[in-house]
Design a protein around this ligand. Structure first.
Ligand SMILES: Cc1ncc(C[n+]2csc(CCOP(=O)(O)OP(=O)(O)O)c2C)c(N)n1
Length: 322
């Protein structure tokens, strides 16, 4: 699918919004203004955005513990996201999910997930629902290279293949599961090659190139919508921050990260889009300024939002112990 100017604006804006959101969350967390665990997505923006540009509100995504980028790419409101991270009533889960269980079902964002490998069965379930209801919706399952080794991931892919479910499995291979390199935890050299064992297409893309992700995702999502079943997409990527905020990052070098930053997905796309005359420099500058304001407004919204009432602690949860 051709990238139009409107799409280029959307792609750059979403990637820039994720980047600024994550950089501000890092500061807010360091300042003690956000409680709990925070895993940041900066560096991986091209994956979520390249994929979600093909989706609409009726489609579903499942996420990981590193879910802020997926939320933003799927159109969740940044103010509600920030309020969720602050544990406030105005959050998309009324402050009860926090960073690791943030969700917005109205946008088809079925939730971040603290269980590594928790997302794939949920995505297969959402895709089964879409198939049974004949809604035409697709589900996209984001999961990490670590989650690729979980039994749940294999079970979900196998079942999705057998039932030809409209789901795309997207492995965000950022090359580490916490501090464990993929070369240590994965016997294969390609996660995408595992698709052959489910008899579904599997491709590897450069997760730093949003256009490459967008093109590969377009095919996989079209296939799912046509009723031809699932695909596996492996996006090779790199996270800029530690595994979690507070991680001392002893398992990789600053030089490796600097090398990735040299072909940063945002600056690469801004350049490509200007070369193709889809964006002007003024567009990029305007979007950069707009997303900064959006994130500051989101913080203001979160801070102004009330704390949830203690007596509501057991409402809106699946299981309430009495
Ligand atoms: C079932 C389960 N096992 C272990 C953990 C602890 N844990 C949290 S994140 C993580 C690594 C996940 O790596 P990956 O799937 O590659 O995602 P990334 O953090 O790289 O985005 C682990 C082992 C967990 N949360 N859930």
């Amino acid at each position: 699918m051709e990238i139009t100017r409107d799409r280029a604006v959307w792609i750059y804006e979403r990637m820039a919004l994720i980047r600024v959101f994550e950089e501000r969350v890092a500061q807010l967390f360091a300042d003690g203004r956000i409680a709990g665990f925070v895993h940041l997505y900066a560096g991986e923006e091209a994956v979520a955005v390249g994929i979600c540009t093909h989706l609409n509100d009726g489609d579903f995504i499942t996420s990981t513990h590193r879910g802020h980028g997926h939320c933003i790419a799927k159109g969740v409101d940044p103010g509600e996201m920030m309020a969720e991270l602050f544990g406030r009533l105005g959050g998309s889960c009324k402050g009860k999910g926090g960073s690791m269980h943030i969700a917005d079902v109205s946008k088809g964002m079925l939730g971040a997930n603290g269980i590594v490998g928790g997302g794939p069965p949920l995505a297969a379930g959402a895709a089964l629902t879409a198939k049974v209801q004949g809604s035409g919706a697709v589900a996209v399952c984001f999961f990490g290279d670590g989650a690729a080794e979980q039994g749940t991931t294999h079970e979900a892919m196998n079942l999705a293949a057998i039932w030809k479910l409209p789901v795309v499995f997207v492995c965000e291979n950022n090359q580490f599961a916490e501090s464990t390199p993929v070369s240590y935890h994965c016997a294969a050299t390609s996660i995408a090659d595992r698709a052959a064992s489910y008899n579904i297409p599997g491709v590897t893309v450069d997760g730093y190139d949003v256009v490459a992700v967008y093109e590969a995702a377009g095919e996989a999502i079209a296939r799912a919508r046509r009723g031809d079943g699932p695909s596996l997409l492996e996006a090779k990527t790199w996270r800029y921050f530690g595994h979690f905020e507070g991680d001392q990052i002893t398992y990789r070098t600053a030089e490796q990260s600097a090398a990735y930053r040299e072909h940063d997905p945002l600056t690469t796309f801004a350049r490509q889009a200007q070369d193709r005359e889809l964006l002007q420099k003024e567009d990029v500058d305007r979007i950069d300024a707009d997303v900064k304001k959006k994130v500051e407004d989101a913080i203001e919204f979160a801070e102004a939002s009330p704390q949830p009432a203690p007596e509501d602690a057991l409402t809106d949860v699946y299981v309430a112990y009495r």
